[in-house]
Design a protein around this ligand. Structure first.
Ligand SMILES: [Zn+2]
Length: 271
C-alpha cells in the first residue's frame, strides 16, 4: 500500500492549519498577502521572461499579477520559508500565461506550495500488472485539479536562468487545460471555431513528437499525453522561443496567438 511521505503529510497539515485560521485572522492575513512595493521593478530584475510583455499589455499584466498576489496563498513546505521575492517570481511567471482579455486568474486555485527542491510523493499509479509500488517518486512540480499547485523552488530558479524546463509554466498550463473539461491538451478558447485550428496543429505536432526519437526542441515527456504535450510546448514557448519558431513554426504561431506574446521576436532574455 502506498504510504504518504512524512514530508507531504507535514505540508498538508500546515496547509490545513493555514486554511483553518483564515476566518479569524482575515484582516492580518490580507495585509500579509498585499502586493509588495515596487513589484514590477522587482519582477523585471528577477524574471527575465517578463520582458516579453509588450507595452500594450502592461496594464493587463499588472492586473493579473496583482490579483494572483492578492488572492493566492503561498505555503512553504519541508522547512522552506516563503518571502515576497518568491511570491513575486511565481506571480510574475504566472501572469505571462494570462494575457488574454477573457482570462481569469485561476478562480478555483487557492494555494501554491513551495518545496526547497524536488520532493517525494507516494506512487499511487498501478503498473501494468495492477501493482502499486511502495517507493515514492521524485517530482519537481504537481498541479492538482483546481485547488493547488506544488513547485520545487530549485527548479523555479533554474527556469529564471534559461533552463529548458520551466516548472511554473508547465504546472500552470495544466491549470489552464483543466479550465476546459471537454478536452485534454486544449485550454478554454474564445471561439468555438478556434478548437478546430487548435486540434489540427496540436494533434499533428503531438504525433510528430511521438515518432521522433531525438526531438530538437521539445522534451520527449510531452509525448506521454495531450495534457503533458500542452505543458511541454508551453515551456518551450517561454524558454526556447527562437528554436521553437524555427523547428515548429505553426505550433509557435498557435501559442503566440493564444498567449498574445511573441518572445522569439526579442533577443534571448537570459543573463
Ligand atoms: Zn505535467
Amino acid at each position: 500500500m502506498a504510504v504518504l511521505s512524512p514530508l507531504i503529510v507535514a505540508c498538508l497539515l500546515v496547509l490545513a492549519a493555514v486554511l483553518h485560521g483564515y476566518g479569524r485572522h482575515r484582516a492580518r492575513q490580507r495585509k500579509i498577502a498585499a502586493v509588495p512595493e515596487r513589484w514590477r521593478e522587482r519582477i523585471a530584475a528577477r524574471v527575465p521572461q517578463a520582458a516579453y510583455v509588450p507595452p500594450a499589455l502592461e496594464a493587463l499584466y499588472a492586473q493579473r499579477v496583482q490579483a494572483f498576489l492578492r488572492d493566492k496563498r503561498f505555503v512553504g513546505c519541508d522547512g522552506f520559508v516563503v518571502d515576497d521575492e518568491h511570491r513575486l517570481i511565481v506571480a510574475g511567471l504566472v501572469g505571462l500565461l494570462l494575457l488574454r482579455d477573457d482570462a481569469e486568474v485561476f478562480p478555483p486555485l487557492r494555494s501554491v506550495l513551495l518545496y526547497p527542491a524536488a520532493f517525494l510523493v507516494p506512487h499511487d499509479e498501478p503498473d501494468e500488472l495492477g501493482l502499486v509500488d511502495d517507493e515514492p517518486v521524485e517530482q519537481i512540480g504537481e498541479s492538482w485539479q483546481g485547488d493547488r499547485v506544488i513547485l520545487s523552488w530549485q527548479d523555479v530558479e533554474a527556469a529564471l536562468r534559461g533552463d529548458a524546463v520551466n516548472v511554473v509554466v508547465h504546472e500552470f498550463a495544466h491549470q489552464l487545460d483543466d479550465e476546459n473539461p471537454w478536452s485534454e491538451g486544449a485550454p478554454r478558447l474564445a471561439e468555438v471555431g478556434d478548437y478546430a485550428a487548435w486540434s489540427q496543429v496540436m494533434q499533428r505536432e503531438y504525433e510528430r513528437l511521438q515518432r521522433h526519437r531525438r526531438p530538437p526542441v521539445l522534451d520527449p515527456y510531452g509525448a506521454e499525453s495531450p495534457g503533458e504535450f500542452f505543458g511541454v510546448v508551453s515551456e518551450a514557448f517561454f524558454q526556447q522561443p527562437q528554436a521553437l519558431r524555427r523547428h515548429h513554426a505553426e505550433l509557435y504561431a498557435l501559442l503566440a496567438a493564444y498567449y498574445r506574446l511573441d518572445p522569439a521576436a526579442r533577443p534571448p532574455p537570459w543573463p
